[in-house]
Design a protein around this ligand. Sequence first.
Ligand code: TEU
Ligand code: CA
Length: 554
Amino acid sequence: MPGLTSPAKSPDAWWRNGVIYQIYPRSFQDANGDGIGDLTGIRQRLGYVAALGVDAIWISPFFPSPMADFGYDVADYCDVDPRFGSLADFDALMAEAKALGLRVILDLVPNHTSDRHPWFVQSRSSRTDPKRDWYLWRDPAADGGPPNNWLSNFGGPAWTLDPLTGQYYAHMFLKEQPDLNWRYPDVRRAIYDAMRFWLRRGVDGFRVDVIYHLIKDQLFRNNPPNPAFIPGGDPAHRLLPEYTADLPEVQSIVMEMRRVLDEFGSAESSRVLIGEVYLPVQRLMNYYGMDAAGVLRGAQLPFNFHLIGAKWQAQVIDRLVREYEAALPPGAAPNWVLGNHDKPRIASRVGAAGARLAAMLLLTLRGTPTLYYGDELGMTDVPIPMTEVQDPFEKREPGRGLGRDPQRTPMLWHADEQNAGFTATRPWLRLGSDWQSLAVDRQLGEERSILQLYRRLLSLRRHSRSLHEGAWSPIGARGNVLMYARGDGPERLVVLLNFGREQASVDLQALRHASQSLLHVWLSTLQDRDEQLAEAVPLRPEEGLILGRGHRPG
Ligand code: TEU
Ligand code: CA
């Protein structure tokens, strides 16, 4: 039957079109009643994640850490922080995930360690310590100040003076997160060994934190001023990171990391390297690592964050998708992200109806989508009173709207349980006032909830070959309606997304070249229509539709 195909499974390269679900471990499920999520909690909730219909989870860091940046300051790359559990808990989680058919991706933080990591403790102990060169130490400037003008992403200079040896060390983030010296071979080896430690335990890949920051200018030149900087904005944007990010030499490291993964698989390896890269589309493409022969040797998925910053307009999104699709090297896997633990939640950026439209967009574009936990519930940013702030970024730069606590609040499980079933005690971050209406069990009982929309979209993606792996072809943006097709021939389907707050109508004639015959509404973001279309497709405000031939598969 046209449009009806068995799930397109290509087990070797699941990451080409599988769906990744990001879990922030502090906030998913607390199993031992301390108000902080943990690995056992995640394991207990894997049934929900599998039933949602995703392919993999990515867990933000759970390694031993003083938690200056909530785990992005690692003190031991090969263990579990007691607050999150133990290695045995991790193994149990891994086994449960495997049993449910879920892949597990870990968060590798190689740009910096915690200042409590034994490597840094040794490095700072003396100028002649064998680990001195593992970090970036420099003499003070002539006036005793920092060696250059580099800025920390969290505000203030990227240099801190260590009185013990009279030198400054570099840190792109907090002073509790000293940057490793990736020009130094021993550093590379040590991190690659940590990767192997987890690969041997069965993990399916890594999301690599700020992979594009790993190499800094060897001459430590000053970063130039950013002419586009708006006073009052993120203070780190005062300078352009010309000498601290995306240096050409970083590409050889990306390829080395990929080779470590490939030790555990084939070329189309089932182990995946995901790079956290905030860069313009063209520069992002370098991270696929295409060599002279056209072989992709870099990250299989350099994160594409462009939907996060894009203006929420049909024309803008149309241009963005075209630009990104056109820029991809041959054979490269596209990917899309709507949000993460660092960015305001999608439902707060575009509203409740917009969040549904965004879900349809994310899950009908070509390639690998990454979902942020709770976005499937339509969770919004939770305002955190000053006295309850946890995020070090907010503490350092208060009141600028840069803090990341609002998007890190506990997952909402049960409408009738204390703290939504996240914890039996006071949670580390408060719940939003609307938590009961958003809870998983409440939404599962509602036919047309956003959670049901996510489940339907994920099921459709799995059952429709066109959505799962078909080509993406633009139809265009007419007024507020973004239109594109997926797949070829009789299986081709059409997606219409009305970004406007008014009704819109699309002439079927206009879609004729994209469709072969009568079209059915397979899915509406409002989940209340199922009709066969005659001449025009009426779209309600902020409604999205998937149109296909015949009946909806799955
Ligand atoms: O984020 C890198 C990054 O670019 C963010 O720090 C961003 O600039 C900031 O959050 C404002 O949006 C990664 C992690 O995702 C983040 O949680 C860590 O704090 C950071 O690296 C340091 O490891
Ligand atoms: Ca706990």
